[in-house]
Each structure stands twice: as structure tokens, then as C-alpha cells.
Design a protein around this ligand. Structure first.
Ligand code: CP3
Length: 367
């Protein structure tokens, strides 16, 4: 086993576990991506996004790019949720301007019967990237591993591409719930083993991206989204090497389902920008840390506006826990990924504003 460098900044991990921090930690979904000119240059040189993801040294370099530019409190593995369907043999490609495409969508009895938990060796490059990224970070900030939720993966696997409403997947839900349930079970078992392998490779927190729960009806959300998600959560390593591994669930579009989320066996709930943080805190605050939720498009306005909007999000969350033990904590993030047109200087302004404002709010509260 590699002895990793000691962690110098545990602010993010402490906030995940609802412990006091000196300031509000911040990281951004898609912080390593197209808004960075150095990312675009590397991708152009290498050829494609999938080439970047599949080569350990390059994926590691990309994950480190935003860490070198900004004072972020966490790094995230550079990969994609769709490496799982790729490992299952569904044939992943990314078409320019069109997003992901799976050559063999899972739409009938035969395709569903042929679906199995893949050998984790097929995902070896991702696990190697986790280890290499953790080493390259050298303890500067913790590393987040991730996977898609079983339902979000099923959306792409059944549809075969992105969509605004995933109608093929939702139709299967009503016509052939038996087929969908088998897909979800295979996904849940795959996601649980993959995340555990990421933890063993060096991930210090894990995040489940549930990007598409919002397209489901209330009853369907319970059966086809939360139930397989609970199966994943129940299997994850709670600690590794004697250290707690916080679990984050990003629940996009689930602002009207906070009660359900409060019962999940996870430490942090990630919220999109449509959710009122005060309301979310009233329901989730007693048991979960909250992560979010600045509108990513706010970053397209000038830095003074970015700072003001950051301050609004901090104030919407309200006073954070400052005593011993556990209490309400906030991890600053966007409500979804960084928009590719975001000027990097605006991200720098955001990170500084979150750190600065959250320190002054704590000082004012202590007085
Ligand atoms: O920086 C990070 O956040 C870590 C890496 C990461 C990527 N994708 C890299 C990526 C993470 C955590 C993801 C998650 C992901 N991927 C989700 C869940 C979060 C969400 O956005 O709702 C989903 C649904 C996907 C699937 C996916 N990957 C789509 C739909 C697309 C195309 C649309 C888009 O935003 O580009 C991708 C491509 C992708 N994944 C890129 C990156 C950096 C862009 C690749 C490029 O064009 O260079």
C-alpha cells in the first residue's frame, strides 16, 4: 500500500462530516473542463475527451489543472459517469456538440439479459487515475471519487444518448418495470463495487451524481431512483484505513423531495440552484451537510456580480455550526457544472469571495 502524503487542508472533509471549519470550503462541479484554456489545448492535442479519460497521466494532469489556478478545497477525479456503460460493453462515444452516444442501448429482453456487472479490470484505468491523482495532489486537498446513480446511468443506457426528458427510459418504466429493475440492480451492484474500489485506490470522499431523478413522478422516484441508490449506499465502505469516507448525493431536480433525501444514508446532499437553501436547511440541516448551489450562469457576469451572488448563497444558508461536535455545515458549489463559457478569472473571484465572506460572517457571528 502507498503511504499518501498527509492532508494539509481537511476543511472540505470536516464540513462533509458536519464539523466546524474556519471558512466555507468550495469546489465546483466540472472544475476541470472546457472553461480552462489549458484543458482545451490538451484535448485538442490528444484528440478527444475519451482519450483524455483513458490515459492515466493525462487524466491526472487535467484533475490538477484547476487546483493549480484556484484555491479550491477539493479535487475531483477526472473521468465520466459513462465509463460504467462503456465497461459493460455498450460502446460509448462523444459526438461534437451532441454529447454522449451509446452504440448498443439497452432496450429489449435480450439486451437486458446480456447486461452484467463488468469485471473491474475494465475500469482499471480509472482506479489507476484515482491513485495517481491522490499522489499528485500531495496532500494539498482531498480527492473526491464519483459515479452516476443507478437511475441516471439507466437513463443514458436505455435512451442511448442524452435527452431532456428520457422518454424511452420512462416508457420502459411503465411498460416493462421488470426490465428496468434488472438494469437498476446491475447498475447498483456495479456502482457500489466501483466506488469501493475508488476508495481503496485513494478517494477520500465519494459522490453519486443523480442528475435525472427530477424527470420521475413521486412514486417512480421512490421505486426506481431512491431504492437502488439505497442499495448502493448500504454497501459502501463507511471508513477506510480507519478514516471516515463521506458520501455525497447530488440530487438535481429534487428540490420538492427534500423529505425523501433526508432519510438517505449519506453525509451530504448536493442541491441545484432552483432550491431555496434556507428551506433545504430546515429539512436536511439536522442530519446532512448541504452542498451548492450558485446558478452556474452567475459566473458569466462581471466579478463584482459574482462576488455579490456568492455572498447571497452564503447568507441564504445562514449561520454555520461553530462549536464542538456536529452541526449545520455548508460546502459551497454551483448548482450544476461550470458553463464552458465561464471566464477563469470569474472562478478565481468566486473562490476568493467564498473564503473571504465566509470568514467575515463567522467573525460577525462570534461577536
Ligand atoms: O470536473 C469534474 O467535475 C470531474 C469530471 C466529470 C465529468 N463528467 C467530465 C466531463 C464528472 C464528475 C462528470 C459527471 C457527469 N457526466 C454527469 C453527472 C453530472 C451532470 O452533469 O449532471 C453526467 C450526466 C455526465 C455525462 C456527460 N459527460 C455528458 C452529458 C457530457 C456531454 C455534455 C457536456 O457537458 O459536455 C459529458 C462530457 C464531459 N464529461 C466533459 C467533461 C469535462 C466535456 C468533454 C469535452 O467536450 O471536452
Amino acid at each position: 500500500m502507498t503511504a499518501f502524503a498527509p492532508l494539509q487542508n481537511d476543511t472540505f472533509l470536516r464540513a462533509c462530516l458536519r464539523q466546524r471549519t474556519e471558512y466555507t470550503p468550495v469546489w465546483l462541479m466540472r472544475q476541470a473542463g472546457r472553461f480552462l484554456p489549458e484543458y482545451r489545448a490538451l484535448r485538442a492535442r490528444v484528440g478527444s475527451f475519451l482519450d483524455l479519460v483513458s490515459q492515466v497521466e493525462l487524466a491526472t494532469e487535467v484533475a490538477l489543472m484547476p487546483m493549480e489556478r484556484f484555491g479550491l478545497d477539493a479535487a475531483i477525479l477526472f473521468s465520466d459517469i459513462l465509463v460504467i456503460p462503456e465497461a459493460m460493453g455498450l460502446g460509448l462515444s462523444f459526438l461534437a456538440e451532441e454529447g454522449p452516444r451509446l452504440a448498443q442501448p439497452v432496450q429489449d429482453d435480450a439486451a437486458v439479459a446480456g447486461l452484467h456487472v463488468p469485471d473491474l479490470e475494465k475500469l482499471r484505468h480509472v482506479l489507476d487515475t484515482v491513485r495517481a491523482t491522490r499522489i499528485a495532489l500531495a496532500g494539498k486537498a482531498p480527492l473526491i471519487g464519483f459515479a452516476g446513480s443507478p437511475w441516471t446511468l439507466a437513463c443514458y443506457m436505455v435512451e442511448g444518448s442524452g435527452s431532456t426528458d428520457f422518454r424511452t427510459a420512462r416508457t420502459m418504466l411503465y411498460r416493462r418495470p421488470d426490465l428496468l429493475n434488472r438494469v437498476l440492480r446491475v447498475n447498483a451492484d456495479t456502482v457500489a463495487s466501483f466506488l469501493n474500489a475508488q476508495i481503496e485506490a485513494g478517494a477520500q470522499a465519494v459522490m453519486l451524481f443523480d442528475s435525472w431523478g427530477g424527470v420521475l413522478s413521486g412514486a417512480a422516484y421512490e421505486e426506481f431512483d431512491l431504492s437502488p441508490l439505497r442499495r448502493v449506499l448500504s454497501r459502501l465502505h463507511r471508513e477506510y484505513d480507519g478514516v471516515r469516507i463521506p458520501r455525497i448525493v447530488f440530487a438535481k431536480g429534487a428540490g420538492n423531495r427534500l423529505q425523501h433525501l433526508s432519510k438517505l444514508d449519506c453525509d451530504v446532499i448536493g442541491l441545484d440552484w432552483t432550491v431555496d437553501l434556507q428551506e433545504a436547511r430546515a429539512v436536511l440541516g439536522p442530519t446532512k451537510a448541504l452542498q451548492g448551489n450558485l446558478d452556474p450562469l452567475a459566473l458569466l457576469a462581471k466579478p463584482a456580480v459574482v462576488e455579490a451572488e456568492a455572498s447571497k448563497v452564503l447568507r441564504a444558508f445562514g449561520p454555520v455550526h461553530m462549536g464542538v461536535g456536529e452541526g449545520a455545515t455548508h460546502i459551497f458549489n454551483l448548482g450544476h457544472g461550470v458553463h464552458p463559457h465561464t471566464p477563469p478569472e470569474h472562478v478565481a473571484a468566486l473562490v476568493d469571495a467564498v473564503h473571504g465572506h465566509s470568514k467575515s460572517l463567522r467573525r460577525a457571528a462570534a461577536r
